[in-house]
Write a protein that binds this ligand. Sequence first.
Ligand SMILES: N[C@@H](CCC(=O)N[C@@H](CS)C(=O)NCC(=O)O)C(=O)O
Length: 220
Amino acid sequence: MDGGYLLYSARGSGGVAAEAALALIGAPFEVVEASTFDPGDVESGDRVLAANPMRQVPALVLPSGETMTESAAILIRLAELHPEARLSPGPDDLARGAFLRWMSFVSAAIYSHYWLKDDPFRLVPDAALHAEVDRRIQDRISECWAIMETATAPGRFILGDTLSVLDLYVAVVSRFRPRRQRFYAAAPRLGEVARRVDADPRLSALWAERYPFEPGWDRL
Ligand SMILES: N[C@@H](CCC(=O)N[C@@H](CS)C(=O)NCC(=O)O)C(=O)O
């Protein structure tokens, strides 16, 4: 690892937000690929287990040797360890409260749904109910995006004129099902921010490799 970061992540996963943050920071990092959400890939969960007892990505091993899990915490920590990259408002910044609020919100109110959505058997043994469970989860996710849309006042980015890890987080998590078209309908101004992040030339190689905009990528 040579003093850099080691990130357990997967193509098309929430880990890509941490990859984007590391790319903008310009810090050396290696990725351990682990498609933990692929039910046919038990080995990936096993690979991540050393770093995360939840068998989830992302998990980050810092140059200090410390291991962190939880996407929001990882993004917040990366931003504070690299203030020169200006990826979060500082502790004394008036936007700090909103930053922490919405980082937690995306994690707790939206991202956490995918544990059940990706495998409804975890809580609902009757497979006949899974389509309905999925529909309700998608509705709830859309409702949460709409709540965030109403309670924020995005400029070029969610907190104003400066891109933060919150923008990276929203750009990635809003690509999960029910995907972007529904997100745009629920949260049009956040949608504009996400499109701006998609189009950031500093990230185009990363998106192409790690979360490509393939035909139909934005709809179910
Ligand atoms: N609370 C975690 C959720 C992470 C998560 O759900 N990751 C997905 C990939 S996008 C995963 O590894 N899923 C496998 C599983 O939950 O079994 C975080 O914010 O990092």
